[in-house]
Design a protein around this ligand. Sequence first.
Ligand SMILES: Nc1ncnc2c1ncn2[C@@H]1O[C@H](COP(=O)(O)OP(=O)(O)OP(=O)(O)O)[C@@H](O)[C@H]1O
Ligand SMILES: [Mg+2]
Length: 355
Amino acid sequence: MQQNEKGLKDFRSVLGMKAMSYEWVIETKELTKSYGPHVALDSLSINVPKGATGLLGPNGAGKSTFFKTILGLIQATSGEGKVLGHDIRTEGLDIRSKIGYMPEYEALDNDMDAIHQVRYSGELLGMNPVVAMARAHTAMEYVGLGELRYRPISSFSTGMKQATKLACSIIHDPQLIIADEPSNGLDATARDSMLTTLYNMVHSGGRSVLMSSHLMEDVERVCESMVLLHKGKLAAQGRIEDLKAIDREIEIHVWGSANELEQAMGKDGLEVRREGRIMRIKHDGENTTHRILKCAAQTGAQIRRMHEYEASLEDLFIVIMERFGYGVKSSEDLLASPAEARRVDAPEHMGGSGS
Ligand SMILES: Nc1ncnc2c1ncn2[C@@H]1O[C@H](COP(=O)(O)OP(=O)(O)OP(=O)(O)O)[C@@H](O)[C@H]1O
Ligand SMILES: [Mg+2]
């Protein structure tokens, strides 16, 4: 982490900061991309703010297609879009010179050593070889590969290759880094280092990052906003914090008269999901807690624990999918997590865990 911070400082002083003057770093309107009859992006109107945004979606959702389309690497079928204020249809070159793109495919030449590969990516952007080499050193340092820079890429692990790809994408100090599955295939250490680097780019470096992933956890670690795609359609977008509030629930652990309590809450108009002694009640205004307690008093049920249940991004993903009618998972699966929240503190002889 500290080395990353230092690398960043050097990087900023060498390359200088640039001001941004538009509201959204990426903006699309009814963007559609079809491959023959197959609609890969279905009328997407997406706004990506400055900062870190995660593009989430299962395999085939259209994440990579979205990236290629907004970079002008493939032509949109219809609709429009802007990246850093540039039109994706006509200004692909401007866009690609201002952003850093880390593609999902391997994209590296195994016969080169890392530093020359990174320098080469700078030369491809039009830098002279001396400047490109100086920046390549800084970029390699920044991604944590300073000491390995002269090693051939063929000797690199997947994690080192991903980091090299990231170094290639930041050689020209872009304002926006678009990373397609940056943590894919990495072990815990390499993944941690990749996510830390991306996080630092935004939080200490003032850059914006749009990263795709199917791992909610990775997105939660780096990003404050997210865009959720499913089968080419936009399922949700916004600040993660706001999206999570959609699914706020109160979790209670009940001891005795659970059936009666469930019925009473149902009659009172509360939405209850239950697994044994654990129930989650959907937030229904300020007095939800009070109503739950009233039902418990009426039925003689004891509430052993009561807490606000914060949905994980994983849960949220499922809830949104359900609301969209895709039926990815049932609500039973929702209630089944997280394991930690399901510990019950009733004595063992009463069927609890005894803790
Ligand atoms: N060149 C192509 N020709 C035809 N169909 C394609 C092409 N590229 C992608 N597709 C299809 O478009 C859809 C979206 O693919 P895309 O690669 O963008 O998804 P993704 O979200 O990146 O998936 P993954 O998580 O597997 O990387 C898929 O159904 C895919 O099969
Ligand atoms: Mg992809």
